[in-house]
Write a protein that binds this ligand. Structure first.
Ligand code: SF4
Ligand code: FES
Length: 250
């Protein structure tokens, strides 16, 4: 049975267990999010940019909306004094961690993050907020080519020793899912370079459209237990249709 909740005074309905962030966004209520942006991979909830205040049975608590499942009627506040203050501090810290991340700077400005003048920004600069989405993406594909390396201020996402990783297939999933566009990808007609490694691109045999790296297509075919097919979706569809036509002609 669906549940009715109030978010910033707006009545919203949802299914039990739906995440608060999804409900808010579906109802055009803006809650900033970094590590919990769509598509979801694993529940990480590490950036805490998406916090909101939930009042249930007279009790108020601060929750991370990207992983908070709504199970009961409640009132939600995304702009209460408490949230504005805490979210501002979260964004101020993220700005120090990733001083070159444009999205973080935009959010910090939009949500009035205070200047933490007694703390120095990460002296290496950079855009990574260490959310781990890229690592999840790689792990879910079974490739595990990247991981969190080092500790403390030296912590970073990288391949082992920063060298070309034999397990990397150049699929770009990590880069596509990074909320701060940290992972550099260089691509031309024939090659793609990522994580210090250059991969050959495969092209559709029918129209020449690039399909992805040969290594990623091989991996996908292996996982699916199928032959590697060098066809774009349109020509794959066409070749299936042609095969059926042949069968019916027999
Ligand atoms: S590179 Fe991007 S996805 Fe990976 S941890 Fe850093 S910010 Fe997150
Ligand atoms: S977006 Fe929810 S914790 Fe990062």
């Amino acid at each position: 049975m669906s549940i009715t909740i109030q978010i910033d005074g707006k009545t919203c309905t949802c299914e039990p267990g739906e995440h608060l962030l999804d409900i808010a966004l579906r109802n055009e209520i803006s809650i900033p999010a970094l590590c919990g942006r769509k598509p979801y991979l694993q529940e990480r909830a590490c950036c805490r940019v998406c916090i909101a205040e939930v009042v249930e049975d007279g009790h108020s608590k601060v929750v991370t909306s990207c992983i908070y499942p709504i199970e009961h009627e409640c009132e939600v506040f995304t702009q209460s004094d408490k949230i504005v203050r805490e979210r501002g501090v979260v964004l101020a810290f993220l700005k120090l961690l990733a001083p070159d991340a444009k999205l973080v700077a935009q959010l910090a400005k939009a949500y009035k993050a205070p200047e933490l003048s007694r703390l120095e920004p990460n002296e290496k600069g950079g855009t990574c907020i260490l959310c781990g989405r890229c690592i999840d993406a790689c792990a879910l594909l079974g490739t595990n080519a990247i991981a969190a390396m080092s500790r403390g201020v030296e912590k970073e996402v990288n391949t082992a020793y920063g060298a070309a990783a034999p397990a990397c297939i150049g699929c770009k999933s990590c880069a596509a899912l990074c909320p701060t566009d940290t992972i550099a990808v260089e691509e031309d007609e024939d090659c793609l370079t990522i994580w210090s490694q250059t991969f050959e691109l495969a092209h559709c045999e029918a129209c020449g459209e690039p399909l992805g790296t040969v290594a990623s297509l091989k991996h996908a075919a292996e996982v699916a237990g199928e032959e590697m097919v060098l066809r774009c979706p349109e020509h794959r569809q066409k070749s299936i249709a042609d095969s059926f036509a042949q069968i019916y002609r027999r």
